[in-house]
Design a protein around this ligand. Structure first.
Ligand SMILES: O=C(O)C(=O)C[C@]1(C(=O)O)C=C[C@@H](O)C=C1
Length: 160
């Protein structure tokens, strides 16, 4: 199968959002804060529902896609926190503040993701589920990382 021109940019953006999970988990580790923040999730979902039409997406499609991004993000946070609990320490890397630094970065990535999703929906690959499975397999040999991508794209090929 030839490389796909809409799937890869979208997966790049999905991975960028997943990368932010490490900074979030570190912040929550330091403060013993739970991963789940339901009011923040509702805020993210309500934002993307409102922005969706600007990108030619339905609010339902945008919200479904972001709900999957949030679930994948939590999966990665739980995975990292469990590794740190096992070692009884987290990496000694510079910390970023959730409210003033990390969430603004997630908000910035939001527009890029909506744009990439809209492009994807305008020209989805033939045999979408197969193309997606192949792209994920090619992208990462790391089993947990593949799992995060699988969760993040769970509804990608389910067209409205
Ligand atoms: O902002 C946070 O606290 C996050 O953990 C990020 C995020 C998200 O993916 O947007 C994930 C889980 C929380 O329930 C809320 C939001």
């Amino acid at each position: 199968t030839p490389p796909d021109t809409t799937l890869d940019p979208l997966l790049d953006n999905i991975e960028q959002r997943l990368d932010v999970a490490q900074a979030v988990a570190l912040h929550k580790w330091d403060r013993q804060q739970p991963v789940q923040d339901s009011p923040r999730e509702q805020q993210v979902l309500s934002n993307v529902r409102q922005l969706a039409p600007e990108y030619g997406l339905t609010p339902a499609r945008a919200a479904q896609f972001f709900s999957d991004q949030i679930e994948a993000n939590k999966l990665r946070q739980y995975h990292l926190l469990t590794q740190w609990h096992l070692l009884q320490k987290a990496p000694d890397t510079p910390r970023q503040d959730l409210a003033s630094e990390i969430r603004p970065r997630l908000d910035l990535l939001q527009g890029q993701l909506l744009d990439a999703l809209a492009r994807f929906d305008q020209a989805p690959p033939e045999q979408c589920s197969h193309a997606l499975a192949e792209a994920i397999a090619l992208r990462s040999t790391d089993a947990p990382r593949r799992l995060f991508l699988i969760r993040a794209t769970a509804n990608l090929c389910q067209r409205p």
